[in-house]
Design a protein around this ligand. Structure first.
Ligand SMILES: [Zn+2]
Length: 277
């Protein structure tokens, strides 16, 4: 390749959107790796092993680490990555995470020029007290959201530190993003979540096709993610607290009639039901 061609190629690589690669970790975690050119960043590296292996294999250099919350399966690999790469470590200001260099509150921005990434930070408490999500509004023309253990495909995170009211508010913020937004969740829980969604809304006409697509992907050993917000609004019971069938199911669970204005109670009932499902 001559210098002109090399420069043209570098220029194209520079302008292209970063790619997002799932790195499976533990039983059902995904560490999301963002890459462009020879640079990469990772979201929620619970384990350094799969990240280092991929970086070596692909001859990439790490430029940033992003964490959504303090749980070990999301931050456990940070120390080993930092031992090899002196890079910024972004994470929630409200949580104790070792080695954070940039403590983020709601409304903060994370700029990663090496990747052409620009994230807005959304506070989404509920799973943990300080949980944050990273939203790149312009990525691939539709926007990409890294939401950790807040929103899952057809489900949502457990309430370890926050209340149902907080979590519903957080999910409502995510639900207000454009429907085309691609959602990168941190766990492969989709098939179990679909079984629960079917129990809540057996007559939901969008669930069979969603389930069939997930079954097809999983049978091929591929992630069910990313999902899109539009798809989730149609099938995810944890975004559908205002839908009559979901309100009826929640009412059956708590043994008293709930109304549309009881959104927090409807959400709390569905979340409790799922805990024991
Ligand atoms: Zn968690």
């Amino acid at each position: 390749m001559n210098d002109t061609n090399r420069a043209a190629q570098a220029n194209r690589a520079d302008r292209a959107d970063y790619q997002i690669v799932p790195l499976p970790a533990f039983n059902d975690n995904y560490i999301w790796l963002l890459r462009r050119g020879d640079q990469a960043a990772v979201v929620d590296p619970g384990d350094a092993g799969p990240v280092l292996q991929y970086l070596d294999q692909q001859q990439l250099s790490l430029c940033a680490i992003l964490a959504t919350h303090h749980h070990g399966d999301h931050v456990g690999g940070i120390a080993a990555l930092r031992a090899r790469y002196t890079v910024p470590v972004y994470g929630p200001a409200a949580e104790a995470i070792d080695l954070l260099t940039d403590r983020l509150d709601d409304g903060a921005r994370v700029e990663l020029p090496q990747l052409g990434a620009s994230f807005e930070v959304l506070a989404v408490p509920g799973h943990t007290r300080g949980h944050i999500a990273y939203y790149d509004r312009n990525h691939q023309g539709c926007g990409s959201l890294f939401c950790g253990d807040t929103l899952f495909a057809c489900g949502c995170g457990r309430l370890f530190e926050g209340t149902a009211k907080q979590m519903r508010h957080s999910l409502a913020r995510l639900a207000a993003l454009p429907e085309a937004t691609c959602i990168y969740c941190a766990h492969e829980y989709t098939e179990a979540n679909i079984r629960f969604a079917r129990a809540i809304e057996p007559d939901n006409a969008d669930l069979p096709a969603y389930a069939a697509e997930v079954a097809r992907l999983r049978a091929a050993n591929r992630p069910s993610l990313p999902t899109t917000l539009g798809a989730e609004l149609r099938v995810n019971p944890f975004l559908r607290w205002g839908i009559p069938a979901v309100i009826e199911a929640a009412s059956r669970f708590v043994g008293k009639p709930l109304l549309k204005q009881d959104a927090d109670e409807v959400f709390a009932a569905i979340r409790s039901w799922k805990n024991g499902f």
